[in-house]
Each structure stands twice: as C-alpha cells, then as structure tokens.
Design a protein around this ligand. Sequence first.
Ligand code: PMP
Length: 360
Amino acid sequence: MSRAYNFCAGPATLPEAVLKQAREEMLDWRGSGMSVMEMSHRSDEFVEIAETAERDFRDLAGVSDDYAVLFMQGGASSQFATIPLNLLGEKAGADYVNTGIWSKKAIAEASRYGEVNVVASGADSNFTSIPDQSTWNTRADAAYLHYTPNETIGGVEFDFIPETGDVPLVADFSSSILSRPLDVSRFGLIYAGAQKNIGPSGLVVVVVRKDLLGKARDITPTMMNYQVIADNGSMYNTPATYSWYLAGLVFQWLKTQGGVEGMGQLNERKARKLYDFIDRCDFYANPIEARCRSWMNVPFTLADDALNGAFLKGADERGLLNLKGHRSVGGMRASIYNALPEAGVDALIDYMANFAEERG
Ligand code: PMP
C-alpha cells in the first residue's frame, strides 16, 4: 500500500525519507550491532546521535551559544508548569496572551504558581484574530510574557513577534517550530512538543537563554529544573532516546530541503493555495482574519454540517486522512506541517472541489 496523506494535527506525518532511513538503521545502527532503541544513552554512539541532533537544530533554527537547547520529556503540556516554576523567580507573576485553547491551558497551569495577568484575549473575536499589541495591558514587572505563536486547534497564527522590552518573551512553538525563519534572539525561551514538525512524541525541545537559568523555585521537581537538565546535557535521567534520534534524522532531512527558508517558502505556498481555494469556493469557509491565518493548521467548515460524514468518508477512500476537526470546534482541519508534501495539498483541493460540485 502506498502512503496516505496524513493531515493529523499530531502526532503528524513524518518525511518518508526519514522513515526509510530509520527502517534501514533499525536492526543495526551503522555497524553498532544494535538498534538505537537498545543503546545506552551514555554510549559513544548515542552521545554522537544526540550531539549531532542538537548541532543540526541549532544550525537550522539559528540558535546562538547564548542559549541552552534541552531535549526534555513530558510534552509541551509539562512546560506549562515548568516555565513558571523556573522563570517566576522573585517576581509575583507573569503576563500571558490568550489566543485560544492552548494559551488557556498554559494560563490555567501557570495560575497555580503565580499571578497570571492576561494582557489580551482573542475572545472578543471568538478567537479568529490576534489582538493588536497596542491594546495589550502588559506589566513592566512581569517575570516574562508567554504567548502561543500558532494555535493548533483554532488555526490562528501571530503575524508579528511581540515587543516586550526587558521582559523575557516565552513562546509555545509546538505547532510551528522550524516552519519558517525566526529570529530566536528576540526570545527568552521557546519550546515545542516534537510530534508535529520535529519527530515522534515523547520529546519536547526547549531553547532557553542561559541568563534565565538558575532561578527555579525550591519546590521545582529536579526533572523540571532547566539548570539541572542543561548541566547534564539533557541526560540527568534516561532521555527519550529513539525520539531524539528520529528528531535528528528530521533535522538532517530539513537541511536537504533548504532549511527553514526552504520550508517557509513551501509552507506559504501550500497554505496560500488552500486558503485561496476555500475563499473562492462558497461551499467552504474559514473564519480566521486573513493576516493571522495559520500556515500549519487550516480549519474549515462545509456549507452543510450534515455532509461532514460523507466528506470524511470520501476523503478516507482517497487516502486523505485525519481531516476531522478538533472535537471542541467541529468541522474539518487540515494540518499541513513541513513533512506534508505540496502534492497532498493539491490532492486535498482536488477532492474538495469535486465534493463541492457533486454535493454542494
Ligand atoms: N501547545 C500546542 C500549541 C499544541 O498544539 C499542543 C499539542 N497539540 C500542546 C501544547 C500540548 O502538547 P503535548 O501533547 O506534547 O503536551
């Protein structure tokens, strides 16, 4: 069977070339006589895999030596607690921007550790837009400002990097990391769960400016203390070795695709095609304000909800999988991450056009 186009929001499609390489290396990684899964994380072989992955990530994302890159576990959700525990320091609280479901979860968790000041909310627009920064109610004494550059469920993406002066900027890039060029030097901390643009689940990559380390509250669990993880090369305990290895293969693949510049051009083209089609065809709709439409997650509705089942069934039959929208919003959602080929978007548009013609 040939591979389907998998539009799942995460865990998401991986580059076929990466999966083939993993298959080739499965039983015997480069003459080591064993699979990466079976290696000690302290072995020379695995340390090489780990260091190469970090180097490639730094190259791709443009991360300088002023930052530590951590390969942690517990998914992006664990970071919702890890961040306040490490960064609040002596400060009473932090600023958060609420642009949808993932920001809300980050806010709820941070509220357990400090005062959360919600500086702006997309609620007024039913989360179809990003509030203009001139309207934000920020605090100069905030420990940091947290935002979600791409809301995976709502499909709304920032078209700017917030300006926060001396307040460190913290961002949940889970669903848009490495999808286009980014000036990392604007940030205090970036984090991303792996299972969209990086690799398999079980891994969360954290990029943290070194001057922000060492301020964790005493109650911080050791495994959540950035300083401890940084001092131990992300191997204080046994890391998610196989996910780390596969992430490394994805980074190498990204380099062959023109890096984040190449990805940015491709992703913009893919997204534009799909939104243009949705806007042209009366049968489909996307509610997000044009300037903040996500390049990664494209939610859309059909003119008649009663046709959702038939739409999904026909899509499945054509190998266009996982288009059902998140349970909280309904409708459809096409996640078109780095590894989802342009031909997949073309096939989706083709199917959508046919469906609208037959059933619309
Ligand atoms: N933040 C964002 C923006 C996400 O999309 C997700 C997962 N969909 C998470 C956080 C939570 O990630 P995890 O399941 O790795 O905890």
